[in-house]
Design a protein around this ligand. Sequence first.
Ligand code: PLP
Length: 413
Amino acid sequence: MHKHVIHEAASRLSAIALSEIVQISEKARALRAEGRDILAFSTGEPDFPTPPEVIEAAHRAALDGQTGYPPTAGSPRLRAAVAEKHGRTPVEVIISTGAKQVLANAMLATLGPGDEVIIPAPYWTSYADIVRMAEGVPVIVPCGMESGFKLMPEDLEAAITSRTRWAMLNSPTNPSGAVYSAQEFAALAAVLEGHPRIWVLSDEIYEHLSYAHFTSFTEAASKLQERTLVVNGVSKAWSMTGWRIGWGVGPAALIRDMTAVQGQVTSGACSISQAAACAALAMGPEILAERRASFEARRDLAVAGLNAMPGLDCPVPEGAFYCFPSCAAFLSGAGGFESDAAFCEWLLETAGVALVPGRAFGMPGHLRLSFAYAEAQIADGLARMKDALEHLPACPPGADNTDADDGQSPDRT
Ligand code: PLP
């Protein structure tokens, strides 16, 4: 008798949902396939090409025979270059398949079931799911617009328990664009100094896309260096998302444990991509400054356009390439949308513009618009949104909603 094989997912996957960003992108693709003209502002990927010098270095590495298994923790050349950039030694550096794998290595190497990780919201969607996959518990701390989307020391203190293992910080922040100052980091460090078991993961992948002064957490909190893991990589600044190279910089013992995890999952990161990353790090700062200036102009265009739409409220992002306006005015009162996701779906269907709802980042009531697109495309998308919103029949943008039953408005809870 033929037996059906039934697939059973591991329990560690039960809390992990299909990424909302992927769902939006799939919907946008389906509408395009129907012949609709869709403008997607949903992905976090620079539209610039990888610099030709970097591509040439990869080509040379392949021709030179750098095609065997690389050392698990990274090629000596790239580890040394990263160590030099961060003022550390190569044993304090791991090279991984994207910054994402650095995060996964760190969580798998350190968390046990029930261990807690403090994550300020809004946060990059993968943080919470990576923690859950490592059987840890994400402890989400809402950091609303009123605090500049930043974690306040008192909120950090209140979130700490005897199970807390990590605080995950990200500056510049995806999706809010918040950038922490040295003083703000120092205030968080002062809280953590009293809790010696807690480690800090500082995700600095948008370092070179900061329009305000960038501070690395370790600069502001040198006393915590022995329990800080800095995460960075080439994906965003050098437009190398597909090359999959990121790194972690931290105490050698942690790097060793993360290397043990990586050794059983992927082995060393792609040898050719590591050669390419060496070439990226060796390039002068000009290309980074040029691209940053271009992103800044796009940011100004996007913020002005969003704030010109009644009902949207967009603070100026100080880093990364995302706007994160509040859309709370569209979610309350008679005729309001039932959620930010419903609003995004309506914008996609009516305006042909794909954005990501704030709930995907742990902060409902907002929208994320990536401005890593050509200015003409941004202008076109904003014009379409404005037009759609102006023709929205029952929505009360700008109206006084204070008496409305706005239990749906998550910003107030
Ligand atoms: N960290 C943050 C805050 C990100 O936004 C992203 C990508 O979107 C990553 C890490 C992942 O970087 P990588 O593509 O190098 O894995």
